[in-house]
Design a protein around this ligand. Sequence first.
Ligand code: PGA
Length: 252
Amino acid sequence: MSRAKLVAANWKMQKSIAGARSFSERLVAGAADDVACEIVLFPPFFALPFAAEKLKGTSIAVGAQDLFWEKEGAYTGEISAGMIVEAGGTFVIVGHSERRHVIGETNEVIAKKLKAAIEAGLTPVFCVGEKISHREAGEAEQFVGEQLESALSQLSASDLERIIIAYEPVWAIGTGKTATPEDAVEMHRFIRGCLSSRFGSDLSERTRILYGGSVKPENAADLLREKEIDGALVGGASLDVDSFIEIASAAP
Ligand code: PGA
């Protein structure tokens, strides 16, 4: 079973509206020839509609970095799935490690966000990943398995059809330390095994699992050539359009 590769840019709390516009323009111009994979940009909320406008009519999609699970109401500072759709977003990141470990989101909150995203027709990129302490204690799989299970137990098979998973080991995010392709493949296989035992191997074979954590032009080809690695969620190295195009071009 071959799954289409996807390379995504997570800008986090970085870039201006002007920066998002010029990146989008340069991406369209620069990616046209060499890039075979799907591309998604995750700008900050305020810049999302401006990137979406520039990318309209192209195959490049835009998404939000987070959402709130309610449709509307008195939730100061929050953004609903419907608002993301209205702004031109079709994807949303759910459960990024910075939201889990800096903002304090729990597995329960993340499960509600996944449901809300799916109900609104968005494609969630659901992030899981262990801290260095789990890896050193030999508990990485157990930890990632718990993150997965708490969400999967709330989802149906047709929900899973809509989800992309991103394995992002916390110790590799923004640190310059990348998981080796072997380590990433091993965890991707474990994740696929968890999906398979709950939803069957057909569906698990169709689900895309991205790798994230210090992906850069120098290591992208080694990671993306692995059959088990269905793409990359790129933070720091996605801020520069040339470096992001180089990464996306490395996808076979
Ligand atoms: P990084 O971030 O590429 O800067 O490590 C990845 C992510 O947080 O999604």
